[in-house]
Design a protein around this ligand. Sequence first.
Ligand code: IPM
Ligand code: MN
Length: 354
Amino acid sequence: MAKAYKIAVIGGDGTGPEVVREGVKVLKAAAAKFKFKLEFTDFDFGGARYMRTGEALPDSAAAEMRKFDSIYLGAIGHPDVKPGILEKGILLRLRFELDQYINLRPVKLFPGVETPLKNKGPEDIDYVVVRENTGDLYTGVGGFSMKGTPQEVAVQTAVYSRFQVDRCLRYAFELARRRKKKNTLALCGKTNVLTYVYDLWERAFHEMGEQEFPAVKREYYHVDATCMWMVKNPEWFDVIVTGNMFGDIITDLGAITQGGMGIAAGGNINPAGVSMFEPIGGSAPKYTGKNVINPLAAICAGGMMLDTLGEHKAAAAIEKAVMDITAHKLKSLAAGKMGYSTTEVGDLVAEALA
Ligand code: IPM
Ligand code: MN
């Protein structure tokens, strides 16, 4: 019997629903070709629902999501809602409550895509960032005192437990071993200043590497230097593992080197639970409803979802179809400059796949 997967779809805000629609189109084409079933259920979480109900996410949402095999997300962020409310209330809350402790962000330059890095091509830009996704400055630990006075103090604390660090490192080591590229895991930290948190990361990194993954080569880079090498020598990297905050920052840099937010995809992964896949760009309000936004990032996120579900052939076929389009069809990856509309790009990928 054909395998069937239940997918929760959260289109979200801005261009989110538009790109997810194309992603679903491609996922359906992949399911038809590779003979499995996908059942999609839509959820209206996002800015519009928040403004209507005053609630970012119902308390039952995480439990509801656990009934699905995976979550497919468009974008969260609404111009009429104060920054932070939806991001924390929907995106981060789902990441935390579903314990999606890995944020997997491949940085891969596809053929035909322009990179701002001089003299670099697809053979140079192909690595994966494993961003820890539950700790660090993201936990909300902190506060104000004397708020609103000239003496005001604000504190925000980077929090990491050994448990969080270890499970993230183990995933990253296993990925480095599985990728068979350079068999190298680079830890990105800041041990010269963040002498508690990255001291913990560094000790855990070497202990685990020595004991459990002796065949994986270990490298260490400070985060500032990581940025420099991501621009100057991206071919050095295979798998980079880092904390939540640095991971957030360096993956935007990585994204622009692979052609920008039109193509960069990511997965919020709980290896033992329900994962959530999303284009890493935002809701792009100024392009909303114009049928000009690039859906390839969402389509690639859909491919990552299938890979995580175990449909490796279908995932590889989606990536190949996207490469076909970037190499032979699209003029640019930028919104409005692709030479095709959002829906046409979805059609092209679905056709290339079939
Ligand atoms: C990302 C985003 C989010 C983050 C924001 C929207 C909370 O920038 O997914 O990278 O910081 O994780
Ligand atoms: Mn980010």
